[in-house]
Design a protein around this ligand. Structure first.
Ligand SMILES: [Zn+2]
Ligand SMILES: [Zn+2]
Length: 253
């Protein structure tokens, strides 16, 4: 299995337009973060988790020319706003499978009504194949995927476990029953926004506490704000098995 971090930034990305914050002005490529997304690949299958406003550039940058589907964590724009840019994949491959909670699918249908419409559809619009996910294991590309249910303030969010890799973002609370699905992970990806607390995202301390409960072999932090600090400086403060993710990082298991 291969995990590629397409983006590791919070909703505005880093740098933020117009910001003079030192992290936004950093010349270190690891401090430049597109909106959060990953590519996960196994056995010639390629899935994307989330499809934010940087999706087109992320696909070009990762040289990704074929996708088998898109899984959505939740409906926020930084995770969904790029859906129109599935067009090149649709033109090559036909209907693109998408996987989302029923509520998230409903939101996509409102925001991208021209994609989902069946009446007088514009010929240039892409088509998707809808797959509703509930909080139970589903089959994807020949493996079992386990949804991990959590909350982002009061908004339900799905993370996903693929064999011994789990990807969770935009979490603020995760019940113990859901944490129990994360035993014996090789890789846990979890969101850590900044140092100060936030109503709907784990801050660094909360992410580290979560990692201590889950006990993966290695953990990677994502959905990072400029307010977390410089990549190199923050990395030095982390436990030995915890790493700040950065854009273009690839992990192979
Ligand atoms: Zn987000
Ligand atoms: Zn969100």
């Amino acid at each position: 299995m291969k995990l590629t971090f397409l983006g590791t930034g919070t909703s505005q990305g880093i740098p933020i337009i117009g910001s003079k914050h030192p992290v936004c002005l950093s010349s270190n490529p690891k401090d430049k973060r597109l909106r959060v997304s990953v590519l996960i690949e196994w056995d010639n299958k390629t899935y994307v988790i989330d499809c934010g406003p940087d999706f087109r550039y992320q696909m070009l940058r990762a040289n990704c020319n074929k996708i088998d589907g898109i899984l959505f964590t939740h409906e926020h724009a930084d995770h969904t706003a790029g859906l129109d840019d599935i067009r090149p994949f649709f033109f090559q491959q036909g209907d693109i499978p998408i996987y989302a909670h029923k509520r998230v699918m409903g939101e996509l249908e409102i925001r991208f009504d021209y994609i989902f419409t069946t009446k007088n559809k514009y010929p240039g619009a892409p088509n998707v194949k809808k797959n509703i996910i509930e909080n139970k294991t589903f089959s994807l590309g020949g493996i079992d995927v386990i949804p991990i249910n959590g909350y982002h303030d009061s908004l339900q969010v799905f993370g996903f476990r693929f064999k011994n890799i789990a990807y969770l973002t935009d979490m603020k609370t995760v019940d113990n029953d859901e944490i129990a699905k994360l035993k014996e992970l090789d890789i846990l990806v979890i969101n850590a926004l900044r140092i100060q607390s936030h109503p709907s995202h784990f801050n660094l301390d909360e992410a580290l506490e979560f990692i201590q409960k889950v006990k993966p072999k290695r953990a990677y932090l994502t959905h990072i704000s400029h307010m977390l600090g410089f990549h190199e400086a923050v990395q030095q403060t982390l436990p030995d098995n915890v790493f700040l993710a950065y854009d273009n990082l690839q992990i192979t298991l």
